[in-house]
Design a protein around this ligand. Structure first.
Ligand SMILES: NC(=O)C1=CN([C@@H]2O[C@H](COP(=O)(O)OP(=O)(O)OC[C@H]3O[C@@H](n4cnc5c(N)ncnc54)[C@H](OP(=O)(O)O)[C@@H]3O)[C@@H](O)[C@H]2O)C=CC1
Ligand SMILES: O=C(O)[C@@H]1CCC=N1
Length: 276
């Protein structure tokens, strides 16, 4: 399905490399992918690691059928300005930038350009990603199918209205960081309780993995699974009581509201300072 199609990753940082390496793991060949980055040392590093051709943004835009834009929101305007005049006719532009809305991207590109907005996450590095995609004004079902095919290489894909994207960013885009934060906190707690750090780490990581698998494979509601662990008058009830006393549930709601608001703000900042 990918034959005859050239895909360009523009801005191969953390998330750009995640996309690029995932496609190669899924069977794409290095000659089907080109990439750009602004630092020469990074370009060399990626070429040596993956064998893909590192080119300029203009070359990538002129050659590729699918342009995956993975720069930070504040770098979007400069990049779109660079690629707009040379964009291959009919090319699909896929933006992975948090906050930046499709209309702003379309306004920077030639009239009629198909744009799809995506919010991915880093577990794609181990093929367990979660990506939400939204169509632009000129994207057709085959464009969404192409993006779904690309992202399915590294995990699950959902199509959502663009109006959901700030909330999606707060949940699954930033979500891995909250879970790593919980893991860090539990490991530190284990050390506090006198466990060697390596043992605490093994206990926590496997507990996180096993719990995620239990949720996915049983399809049970998390409340049911939590209640099964919570013996009357037992250890778990004592721990959950502490979490409730410290308003951890409310803290999560507050944290995700802050992430959603920041996503909105990134788009506004970008518009105000002319980034998109
Ligand atoms: N990291 C994550 O978990 C997620 C990130 N995203 C989104 O992905 C995007 C990238 O994030 P992330 O990968 O974390 O950031 P990075 O800074 O790691 O990657 C961005 C890369 O793009 C390069 N770059 C900037 N401008 C240009 C340009 N004009 N031409 C070529 N390369 C350029 C940067 O170079 P330099 O280092 O010199 O700045 C950097 O290497 C953001 O918009 C973010 O919102 C979305 C979901 C999850
Ligand atoms: O922190 C950020 O802005 C990006 C978007 C979602 C995850 N990382």
């Amino acid at each position: 399905m990918t034959e005859g199609r050239l895909l360009a990753v523009l801005g191969a940082g953390v998330m750009g490399e995640t996309v690029l390496s995932g496609l190669l793991r899924a069977g794409w060949t290095p000659d089907q992918i080109i990439a750009t980055d602004r630092r020469p040392d990074r370009q060399l590093e990626l070429h040596e690691a993956y064998g893909v051709r590192m080119v300029s943004n203009a070359e990538a835009a002129a050659q590729a059928d699918t342009i995956v834009v993975v720069v930070k929101p504040q770098d979007m305007r400069a990049l779109l300005t660079e690629i707009a005049p040379v964009l291959k006719p009919g090319a699909l532009v896929v933006s992975l930038a948090a906050g930046v809305d499709i209309a702003s991207i379309e306004a920077q590109l030639p009239e009629g350009t198909a744009v799809v907005r995506v919010m991915p996450n880093t577990p794609a590095q181990v093929d367990e990603g979660m990506a939400a995609i939204s169509p632009g004004a000129h994207s057709e079902p085959h464009h969404l199918e192409r993006v779904t095919e690309i992202l399915s290489a590294t995990g699950r894909v959902l199509t959502v209205p663009e109006s959901y994207q700030d909330a999606v960013t707060a949940i699954s885009g930033s979500g891995p960081a909250y879970l790593f934060f919980v893991v860090e906190a539990m490991i530190e707690a284990g050390v506090h309780l006198g466990l060697p750090r390596d043992i605490a780490t093994e206990l926590v990581v496997q507990t996180m993995l096993g719990s995620a698998k239990l949720l996915r494979e049983t399809g049970e509601h998390p409340t049911v699974l939590r209640e099964r662990v919570t013996s009357p008058g037992g250890t778990t009830a004592a721990a959950i009581r502490q979490l409730e006393d410290h308003k951890v549930r409310a803290a999560f709601i507050g944290a995700m509201e802050a992430a959603r608001d920041r996503s909105r703000q990134l788009a506004e900042d970008a518009r105000r300072n002319g980034s998109v």
